[in-house]
Design a protein around this ligand. Structure first.
Ligand SMILES: [Zn+2]
Length: 84
């Protein structure tokens, strides 16, 4: 596992725990979606595909992953420039 992936794994696990603590109080669709995206990113780390764009299979880019650890797409493929 790369240092970037292992750092992301730690951050994503912390985020998942925080979402799971908050969900009983505020079970919003946004929180459920973020939980699903966080778990999907953890799966990608486990399968060695973390950091690869799901559309073009290109590298997502370190700065983008640091800012948005659960991101699925590179900037070129993102449906939303800032958060896709
Ligand atoms: Zn892409």
């Amino acid at each position: 596992m790369t240092p970037l992936a292992s750092d992301a794994q730690r951050r994503l696990e912390e985020r998942r725990a925080a979402i799971e603590r908050a969900l009983p109080e505020a079970p919003t669709s946004t929180a459920w979606r973020e939980l699903a995206e966080t778990e999907a990113a953890l799966d990608r780390i486990e399968h060695g595909t973390y950091g690869r764009c799901e559309s073009c299979d290109g590298a997502i880019g370190r700065q983008r992953l640091l800012a948005l650890p659960a991101i699925r797409h590179c900037i070129a493929c993102s449906p939303f420039a800032s958060r896709g």
